[in-house]
Design a protein around this ligand. Structure first.
Ligand code: SF4
Length: 484
């Protein structure tokens, strides 16, 4: 660890101890101190002013959320999260990522999603994970190798999806121990969280569960099975009792809007100790996907406003994977900020895009990021200047079809491979219907025109002529043996 890193970590520890003594009084004092020290610093004046305003307003919901973190979560976990997430995954990691981006001209992610297993102890309606069957696994050593490679390029944040990741909870805890400098987040149905697992989470301090719920009892049990909601509440109680962090993930569909964002549901989750919520738009992935679950334009617009309202009024932080694209300049997949490795080792550009030309059992991560499919993503992001239409599958279906056709990407759904034409047939009408609503919302919130979608997909010939020679030279020299 360098001197600068060590000093930063010591300062964070000291600051957190100070805040923890009396968060209500000490947070504004600390912010005033930071503002004095940085009075001549012109970087991030907007965000700093906004944070100062929140921290000085005791009635502000986000202020109350932050105060609540110090009440409900063990201080050792907050410290670990700050060091691993803020310092390692952002400051230190970003610098390393930038170097690799510049050297290789490819996307380098901020986080990697991986499926330790396709096995699941539940079988939920419409779950894309169920499409993979339950026989595939990434071994402990393969998961470890992915993380080693990731850290070499500056990735300190890993997210588990599945299958049910906690089917492999012993291995996941082992990875937390081996990579004490990383943050691990895991989507889970929550049914395998028990006292013993909570004790292990307290010991490792770098594991953050995100429990999937469909709403209150009736909605959750309808999709996930009888008694599942009861088990989820039991898991939340265990986590809360041990002062462990709790997040939730919610898939919104035509059938559960608006109950999935109702006051009743949100308030219940807050009372259980939930601090953050990931909202996912239903994606019609897989041959048997239920297209009737796709939200209507009016329902999606409702979600756009409602998530922002919750963020501005409740003691919880919700993020909407589809409607918050405007804060991240559109699609973050293909390694731009993240990509997904399934339980068969296939490198999917996105957790919802199951077409790939790379597998970690045949290529290094870096080679995969430089593959034709990932380079197509990189070269054409954003897929639409209106970031409320970010997706090459959902809102710009022609894009995913063309990228698959111009590369050797194949369906990575081993149970029932889906031709890309079949996939885009399901989203074409949705994309057309959503466009006018998205245009209207964009004009209201941004007031500026954006660059129109264009003929952006690079042909295979162009790729081979322009990109491959540049990449080959560097990859051959540096990967396999030395990696980055
Ligand atoms: S591919 Fe679509 S779903 Fe995936 S990150 Fe990009 S916009 Fe989101």
């Amino acid at each position: 660890m360098g001197l600068k890193e060590s000093a930063t970590r010591t300062s964070i520890n000291t600051a957190l101890h100070y805040i923890n003594g009396n968060p209500e009084k000490n947070l504004p004092r600390l912010m005033a101190f930071i503002n004095t020290v940085m009075r001549n610093d012109t970087s991030f004046p907007g965000p700093r002013a906004a944070i100062t305003q929140v921290i000085n307003d005791p009635d502000n919901n986000l202020n109350q959320l932050v105060q609540g973190l110090f009440e409900d979560i063990d201080l050792s976990i907050i410290k670990k999260a700050f060091v691993n997430f803020v310092v390692n995954a952002n400051f230190i990691g970003w610098e390393k990522q930038q170097k690799v981006r510049e050297e290789y001209g490819c996307n380098v992610p901020w986080t990697i999603l991986m499926d330790p297993t396709s096995a699941c102890n539940l079988h939920c309606t419409g779950c894309w994970a169920a499409e993979y069957g339950n026989r595939l696994n990434l071994s402990l050593e393969e998961l470890d190798d992915i993380i080693q490679q990731g850290k070499e390029m500056g990735v300190y944040f890993y997210i588990y999806t599945g299958g049910e990741p906690l089917v492999r909870k012993k291995d996941l805890m082992e990875l937390c121990r081996r990579h004490n400098d990383c943050v691990f987040m895991s989507f889970t149905n929550g049914t395998l969280i028990d006292e013993d697992f909570a004790q292990q989470m307290l010991e490792v301090k770098n594991f953050f569960p995100v429990i999937s719920v469909e709403g209150l009892e009736e909605a959750t049990d309808f999709r996930r099975g009888d008694g599942v909601y009861g088990k989820v509440l039991r898991a939340m109680d265990i986590l809360h009792k041990h002062k462990l962090p709790i997040g939730i993930s919610c898939c919104y569909t035509s059938k559960n809007i608006p109950s999935i964002v109702s006051d009743e549901f949100i308030d219940e989750m807050i009372s259980r100790g939930v601090k953050y919520a990931w909202y996912f738009h239903y994606m019609p992935v897989g041959n048997d996907a239920a297209t009737e679950l796709l939200p209507s334009p009016a329902q999606r617009e409702f979600m756009y406003h409602r998530i922002r309202e919750i963020r501005g009024t409740k003691k919880i932080f919700p993020m909407d994977f589809q409607n918050d694209g405007e804060y991240l300049q559109g699609c973050i997949a293909g390694g731009r900020r993240y990509f997904h490795i399934n339980a068969n080792g296939d490198m999917d550009p996105c957790v919802f895009i199951h077409y790939s030309d790379s597998n970690i059992r045949e290529k290094t991560i870096l080679e995969g990021l430089c593959s034709p499919m990932f380079m197509q993503y990189k070269n054409h992001q954003p897929f639409n200047g209106n970031h409320l239409r970010p997706c090459p599958m959902l809102e710009n279906p022609q894009a995913i079809a063309e990228m698959v056709h111009h590369t050797d990407a194949h369906s990575t759904d081993l149970e029932s491979p889906e031709p890309v034409e079949h996939l885009v047939e399901k989203t074409r009408e949705y994309a057309e219907n959503w466009t006018p609503e998205a245009e209207k919302l964009w004009k209201i919130s941004h007031h500026t025109p954006y660059k129109e979608t264009h003929e952006y997909i690079m042909s295979r010939e162009q790729y081979e002529k322009e990109i491959v020679p540049k990449l080959n030279r560097k990859i051959r020299e540096n990967t396999r043996n030395t990696r980055v």
